[in-house]
Ligand binder design. Structure first.
Ligand SMILES: NC(=O)c1ccc[n+]([C@@H]2O[C@H](COP(=O)([O-])OP(=O)(O)OC[C@H]3O[C@@H](n4cnc5c(N)ncnc54)[C@H](OP(=O)(O)O)[C@@H]3O)[C@@H](O)[C@H]2O)c1
Length: 220
């Protein structure tokens, strides 16, 4: 099973702020949708709650140590079968919903369970790791492919209004003390050398996409 890690990163290695992604780039979201469609996606509980809904036509595998948590969108609890949460990898500790084939999900309590569920139960030929930081770090060593959107901004320097294309928002410079999530897949030179670029595409900013960005594919 091919494991593809897909992430968007700013020049200062920011991937999230206050639990959200601190930019809005519709063209990149379109790319995300096109390549993940009809494949399983693996995410952490925080990322799932920040998306706030199941993404259609993709099987969502959500990693959490909690026995239950609430979907943000409708405040409906998604409850694990086993009330007592356990850290051991076991599909018995997971809640599976396959009734809606366009937006099915499973909650698992370990990285290993997420991987084996996608490979053995879903028999996926490819799975996408969609974040956040903890999940990227856990999967990077087993990923075969990195798909990185480099967003041409320094989040720590940017007024938020310039990033989100929302004319009603009040400009406010991002404080370094805000809740910022950083992720750098190439923290060490050794890690960088394991990866080769297979594809790269540049995108110039326009009226809908307010920043320049490029999407780079890497293989191990
Ligand atoms: N720029 C991008 O491309 C991108 C993509 C996705 C997300 N993000 C951003 O990243 C940020 C979230 O990242 P994050 O690292 O805080 O959260 P995360 O990785 O989405 O989720 C972390 C949660 O996943 C669960 N988890 C992780 N590893 C586990 C393990 N080994 N066993 C059991 N449970 C495990 C835990 O849930 P419980 O607490 O429930 O146990 C943990 O709190 C947000 O700001 C989001 O917007 C950015």
């Amino acid at each position: 099973m091919k494991v593809s890690l897909i992430v968007a990163i700013s020049k200062d290695n920011v991937i999230g702020k206050g639990g959200l992604i601190p930019w809005f780039i519709p063209r990149d979201l379109q790319h995300f949708k096109e390549i993940t469609l009809n494949h399983p996606i693996i995410m952490g509980r925080v990322t799932f709650e920040s998306i706030g809904r199941l993404l259609p036509n993709r099987y969502s595998i959500i990693i959490s140590s909690k026995s239950k948590f609430h979907r943000v969108s409708d405040n409906q609890p998604i409850q694990l079968d086993n009330e007592s949460s356990s850290s051991s990898p076991s599909s018995n500790n997971s809640n599976s919903n396959t009734t809606n084939t366009t937006a099915s999900y499973k909650i698992v309590n370990s990285v290993e369970s997420a991987y084996t569920f996608a490979r053995d139960e879903l028999r996926a030929d490819q799975v996408f790791i969609i974040g956040g930081k903890r999940i990227y770090e856990s999967f990077q060593s087993i990923a075969n492919e990195l798909i990185i959107t480099y967003v041409d901004i320094n989040v720590l320097d940017q007024p938020q209004q310039q990033l989100d294309n929302n004319n009603n928002s009040t400009p406010a410079t991002v404080s370094k003390h805000d809740d910022i999530t950083f992720y750098n897949p190439f923290e060490s030179e050794n890690e960088r050398q394991k990866w080769s670029i297979t594809k790269e595409k540049q995108f110039k900013k326009d009226e809908n996409n307010l920043v320049d960005f490029k999407i780079v594919y890497y293989n191990k």
